[in-house]
Structure formats: structure tokens, C-alpha cells
Design a protein around this ligand. Structure first.
Ligand code: GLC
Length: 708
């Protein structure tokens, strides 16, 4: 390979209109990968130039963001995380890969596994929430789904865990903002999901936009070389995020595009997305001895290794027919199942599932029949015409059982006009139950879509107030890309279902949940704050030296002229207390579950032991249902302060009314390891707390010791 041909493999462009123009670049070996080309005929035309007209015939790697579906759209990843079901993530990714590869795509920029504890950040929608263990499990399942049994399978697409690393800690939840994560926190919270994905064989990684402690990830040798390759043995390739190489100029980390290329390659980046500094400056930098050709050779090897593993040299072309693959019945069924399991029942005063006595329902709200919004963020190829909305599904599936009166009240989620609310109120007055579908348009979450206020947009709050004032029971269903501060709407509602953005089949899923054919099982994958001012608020917090007692005097109860120290000095908010609206891991069912006989295999363990924890779970209600049983641990005393709880295991258990099942968790003591005061990952001996619980704020505490 000539130097130019090597550097060409390190260059990715975004497809633009003209095949011939791109063909010129491809023919001279200047392009290794193209993103955003999804027409199989065009893909084959571009590939033919690479394979049959360029000197070396190296095939292109075609890429696309397939974040939660290609044509068949699944719930947003935050919603899928609420299922606490890795099977859902794997199946969704597998189906996405089958559909995307049919269009010629063999690489996607997913899973997004940034730990996010700030719902102001719009990209919280794309990840798995606040917890490293849940994110690791869901991320690994997604990698498996995309990459299948073998990368060489023509339906497999290379995964790309992103954004490496720490992007979700953007200060203030404002996208692209700086992060200040010390190495210990990086290693204990933000890196574990990426390590798990590397161990699972993820083929590529993407650098993140943020500068952490002053170093942009795209120029960060420590994470790209020392950690990713040195510690984890990663042998795939690293791509920048969109122009994140030359954006280091704006960061003030490099002076110009030439230095951007220098710092990116010397930090360990293998491929540059769209900003072209590699092609423009690497030859010069090599001549000047500032970049070694050996670094170029290493990068090209990494890229070609993945192209070989994908089988592109043997099978570079894609079948040009897709009609029997997109929106296949089995795909839609899987998307519906995912939407059912992603929904979280936050409140239910017995109104759900709707009883036979309910004869008339008023369907209101801007999200009741919003096929585009329901799909959520990061949808390029999903067709809203395939979306089945709640209104359509309720009419189709239950229209013979209930009369449906539809009055949206608002035209879209940001609609400030209240002139339609009176019609919604009139519909509510005629109905037995109001089904209010509110939340966010898809555009209000996702990249560059941070919000400083998490209340329902537009006049949605007024809509809920007005229909609730009729005295009819209101079932509020929220479709959103993030937790919203819906405390007032919860107060006004007889039931609340949080569906996130549930995707193509969200309508039938929600209809079946509302009418009882399905039973909710989702759990919050991220803490729901009462107020934006509580953020960051997450369950795995440190205790501080003055933990909240939860008996503090709140602002409305403070006596006038209260003495300076009369309220006690603990860590809480006068106007919000300490607790969130809903903690991590929270979700109700139509039935109830009892936890009995929690038992530990040992009370004293050594570092290479396995702790076995058993618990009898009984369905004590009248509906068959699924409980997500969670195992939390607390390291009571460490060489550094430790979180008050950490999720270490979870499992879904389906039980018929009256049925009891023993859930068994095996927890190797080595999984209690953390990066300690000496920056060594180790299990420190001492006392541990343990909970087997229905959410992160529940359950009785048990204890065990790790012996030296
Ligand atoms: C975007 C996103 C990244 C995406 C890439 C390609 O800016 O940050 O997640 O994969 O560009 O679309």
C-alpha cells in the first residue's frame, strides 16, 4: 500500500449526492468508509468502484446510525433499559442489523453506553441510564445483537460502543460541555460498560466530543491507548465522532487542522469522521517525523482487520432487494414486545387495567396520535407511516369494547394554545375514563437537545389540570426521551404509565397494557427528579458526612424568624427535600409481589469466593406479572468513600397469581472490586450491606463480611 492508500483507509466521508464525484475519490484510494448511504443500489455502485476500479480493490465500510432500529423502530435505548431485559436489547439489535445490512450497512455507531445522571442532557434518551451494571448488561447484549454469532455473517454489522468516554457527565447537562471526571470516578463509573463491551468483542469504538479535565477524548492517549488497548486488549479500530478531530481547534487543544491530525493519530485514533485532516496533513506530518509511519500502519491494520472479519473482501456486495425484510411481521412483533416491557407503571389507584365497566374513553393529548414523535430521537430511516399510534391501536383493538372520543386538546407537545382544551374537557365529561397521552416531541431529546426545564412543554400541564377537574379518572401516559418533572400530573392522575418513546409498535403495546392484555413490568433506569434543581440526583450517591435524615423541616413548615441552626445541618433541599420523585429501579405492576426468606450462602467470604443469595418471590395479587428483582450491595467502609448502594444483579421473574419462585443470584466477591485510594482495582475486606429489592430505595438490609 502507498502511504496515500493507507491514509485513505483512515478517512470516512458522509455520502453526498453524486456517485461519480465520490467515485473519483474512491478510485484513487482516498476513502475507507462512507456513512449515511442507505440505498443498496448506490452502495453497490460505490463498492464496485472500490473493489473493481481502485488499485488495491479494498472494499468500503458502509456505516449508519442504527440506534434503536433501522426501519422497524424499537423503543429508545433508555426505554429498552427500563425493561431490565438484555434479551430485548439483543433481539432489537439483531433485527436492526438484519434490516440495516439488507441496505448495505455493515457498521453502526451504537450502542451508546454513556452513563448519564442528568436528564437535562438530551442524549440521555440514547443510553441505558445512570447505572454502570445495567448499562454494561444492556450494552453487551446490544453488541451481541448487532454482531451476531460471527461478524462475517452478511446480516452482522460492526458495533461501535460510544462515546468514549465520559460524555454523559457534560457539565450542567448541556450537550458537548466539558466534563471533570477524576480517574477514579472514570474507572468506577464511566469505563465499566465500555470494558464490558470490549470483552464482548465490540469491533470499533467512537471517541466522544467532550474534553475531560481539559483533554478532548479524540486526543486522549490515556483512554485510547493505555486503557482501551493496553488494559483491555481491544484489537478493533477507533473512529472519531463527527469532526471531533478538528473540533479540538475550538476546544483550544490544537491550533489548526494539522495539529488535530497529529494529536488524534498519536493518541490512537484510527479513522477520522468527515473532517479530512488525516488526508490533508498526515503525509506532511510523517515527512516532518511528527507522526511515525508505523502508527499509520497500525491504524490501517486495525481497520483492515475489521473489514476482513466482516467478510467484505469475500462478499463486498449487498443483495439489492429489501422488501421481504423491512417491517417483517416478526420484527414488528418484537418491537411491540419491547415496547410492552419498556413501559413503567409509576402510579395506579386501581383504574388500570380498564375494567369491563368502562364503556367510553376520552383519548386526549398531543402524543395520542403522533406517528413521527412516537419513534423518538435518532430516527433517519424509520417510516412514520408504519407507526401504530395509541389512538389507532385502541380503536382497532378495543373499539368493539369501548366508545373512543378523541380530542387532542393540543396540536403538538410545545403547543401553547389552550383553545382546544375545552373540547378535550367536553370529551372527558362524556367519558368514563380519560387517557391522556402527553410528553415530548422527538426533537426535544437527542443530540444537542438539552433542556434547562423538565416540565411538560406547551399547555400540556393545563390540559391535564382541565381534564382532571372534570372529576373523571385520568390515566396519563408519557412519551418522552428523558425523565420529566411530572409530580403535579402524577398527583392529578389515577394512573401514570411512562412509555419513553416506544417506537413503531408503541400503540398496540400501550393499548394492551391499558386494557390488561399485557401487564407493566418496566423499572426506572434513571432517577426521576422532583425538580430540575435536584440534578444530579441518582441512587448510587455517596453518603457525605451529613446524610439527609428525611425528617428535615421543609420550606413550608419553617417557622418565621427561625434560628440559624434550627433546621439541622444535613444534605437536603429546603424546597425539595432529599428524595427524588421516583428512585432508580422503581416500577409497579397490576399485581403485587412479596419478598421472603432472603438468605445468603455465607456471612464471611474470602476474595475468591462466590456469594449465593436466594429469595422467595410470591405473586400476591390477581394478575400474572413480571417482577424485576434487584440485588444491591454497599461497601460500608473503604479506603475512599463508596456509593450507598450499587446494583450488582437483576433478573425478571414471571409469576402467576399465588405462585412462588426462588430467585438465586451468584455474586463472585471479586465483583465487589473498585479502584481504591491507591488507584488499584481490588476488593477491600470489611463489612458489606446487601438488599434484594423491588427498587433501589426498598428492601431489608442484610450483611456479610469479606475477610482479609
Ligand atoms: C453525531 C453523534 C454520533 C453519531 C455521529 C454520526 O454527531 O455524536 O453519536 O454516531 O455523529 O452520525
Amino acid at each position: 500500500m502507498t502511504l496515500e492508500e493507507k491514509i485513505g483507509q483512515m478517512n470516512q466521508i458522509s455520502s453526498y449526492g453524486n456517485i461519480e464525484d465520490m467515485g473519483v475519490l474512491i478510485k484513487r484510494g482516498e476513502i475507507g468508509s462512507i456513512l449515511n448511504e442507505v440505498d443498496p443500489v448506490r452502495v453497490n455502485a460505490l463498492q464496485r468502484v472500490a473493489v473493481e476500479e481502485s488499485r488495491l480493490g479494498i472494499p468500503l465500510l458502509i456505516a449508519r446510525d442504527v440506534i434503536h432500529g433501522f426501519k422497524t423502530i424499537f423503543p429508545i435505548p433508555l426505554g429498552q433499559a427500563a425493561s431490565f431485559n438484555p434479551g430485548i436489547a439483543e433481539e432489537g439489535a439483531r433485527i436492526s442489523a438484519i434490516e440495516a445490512s439488507a441496505a448495505g450497512i455493515r457498521w453502526t455507531f451504537a450502542p451508546m453506553i454513556d452513563i448519564a445522571r442528568d436528564p437535562r442532557w438530551g442524549r440521555v434518551a440514547e443510553g441505558c441510564g445512570e447505572d454502570p451494571y445495567l448499562t454494561s448488561v444492556m450494552g453487551v447484549a446490544t453488541v451481541r445483537g448487532y454482531q451476531g454469532e460471527s461478524l462475517s455473517d452478511p446480516t452482522s454489522i460492526a458495533a461501535c460502543p460510544k462515546h468514549f468516554v465520559g460524555y454523559g457527565a457534560a457539565e450542567g447537562g448541556r450537550d458537548y460541555n466539558s466534563t471533570f471526571i477524576p480517574e477514579r470516578q472514570l474507572r468506577n463509573v464511566y469505563l465499566p460498560p465500555f470494558e464490558a463491551a470490549a470483552k464482548a468483542g465490540a469491533a470499533t469504538y467512537m471517541t466522544s466530543f467532550n474534553d475531560n479535565d481539559g483533554v478532548p477524548s479524540t486526543g486522549n492517549k490515556f483512554i485510547l491507548q493505555d486503557v482501551l488497548r493496553g488494559e483491555w486488549g481491544f484489537d478493533g479500530f477507533v473512529v472519531t465522532d463527527w469532526a471531533s478531530a478538528t473540533e479540538m481547534i475550538a476546544h483550544g487543544f490544537v491550533a489548526d487542522a494539522k495539529e488535530a491530525a497529529l494529536k488524534s493519530v498519536n493518541a490512537g485514533v484510527d479513522m477520522e469522521m468527515v473532517s479530512y485532516s488525516f488526508v490533508n496533513y498526515l503525509p506532511e506530518l510523517i515527512k516532518e517525523g511528527k507522526v511515525k509511519e508505523s502508527a499509520i500502519n497500525e491504524a490501517v491494520r486495525n481497520i483492515l482487520r475489521i473489514k476482513f472479519r466482516l467478510g467484505l473482501f469475500d462478499h463486498p456486495y449487498v443483495r439489492e432487494t429489501t422488501e421481504d425484510i423491512f417491517y417483517a411481521e416478526a420484527h414488528l412483533e418484537a418491537a411491540k414486545r419491547a415496547a410492552v416491557e419498556s413501559a413503567i407503571l409509576l402510579k395506579n389507584e386501581g383504574i388500570l387495567p380498564l375494567k369491563e365497566s368502562v364503556c367510553t374513553v376520552a383519548v386526549v393529548g398531543p402524543l395520542a396520535d403522533a406517528p413521527h414523535e412516537q419513534l423518538g430521537t435518532w430516527i433517519f430511516d424509520g417510516d412514520k407511516n408504519y407507526t401504530q399510534t395509541p389512538l389507532a391501536a385502541i380503536r382497532q383493538l378495543y373499539g368493539d369494547r369501548v366508545e373512543v372520543i378523541y380530542e387532542p386538546g393540543l396540536s403538538y407537545s410545545r403547543d401553547k394554545s389552550t383553545e382546544g382544551i375545552s373540547r378535550a374537557v367536553a370529551a372527558a365529561a362524556r367519558a368514563d375514563v380519560v387517557l391522556a397521552f402527553v410528553g415530548e416531541e422527538a426533537i426535544l431529546s437527542g443530540e444537542a437537545h438539552s433542556l434547562a426545564d423538565l416540565h411538560l412543554q406547551g399547555a400540556q400541564s393545563q390540559l391535564i389540570e382541565a381534564v382532571a377537574a372534570t372529576g373523571k379518572p385520568v390515566v396519563t401516559v408519557v412519551m418522552a426521551g428523558r425523565p420529566l418533572t411530572i409530580g403535579r400530573q402524577v398527583e392529578l392522575s389515577a394512573a401514570v404509565l411512562y412509555a419513553f418513546h416506544p417506537g413503531t409498535m408503541g400503540g398496540p403495546a400501550l393499548a394492551d397494557l391499558i386494557f390488561g392484555k399485557e401487564v407493566p413490568s418496566g423499572k426506572t433506569p434513571i432517577t426521576f427528579p422532583k425538580m430540575v434543581g435536584q440534578i444530579p440526583v441518582y441512587y448510587a450517591h455517596h453518603n457525605t458526612g451529613r446524610p439527609a435524615s428525611r425528617t428535615e423541616t421543609l420550606i413550608d413548615d419553617i417557622p418565621v424568624e427561625a434560628g440559624q441552626t434550627s433546621l439541622g445541618n444535613t444534605s437536603f433541599y429546603l424546597d425539595a427535600g432529599f428524595d427524588p420523585l421516583y428512585p432508580f429501579g422503581y416500577g409497579l405492576s397490576y399485581t403485587t409481589f412479596r419478598y421472603d426468606n432472603i438468605r445468603l450462602s455465607d456471612s464471611e467470604l474470602k476474595k475468591n469466593d462466590i456469594l449465593t443469595v436466594e429469595c422467595d418471590i410470591t405473586n400476591t395479587g390477581e394478575y400474572e406479572g413480571t417482577e424485576v428483582v434487584q440485588l444491591y450491595v454497599q461497601d460500608k467502609v473503604g479506603s475512599v468513600t463508596r456509593p450507598v448502594k450499587e446494583l450488582k444483579r437483576f433478573t425478571r421473574v414471571n409469576l402467576k397469581p399465588g405462585e412462588t419462585r426462588t430467585v438465586v443470584f451468584d455474586l463472585p466477591v471479586e465483583e465487589l472490586a473498585f479502584w481504591n485510594i491507591d488507584m488499584v482495582r481490588t476488593v477491600e475486606p470489611g463489612d458489606f450491606g446487601l438488599w434484594v429489592a423491588t427498587h433501589s430505595q426498598s428492601g431489608d438490609e442484610f450483611s456479610f463480611k469479606v475477610m482479609d
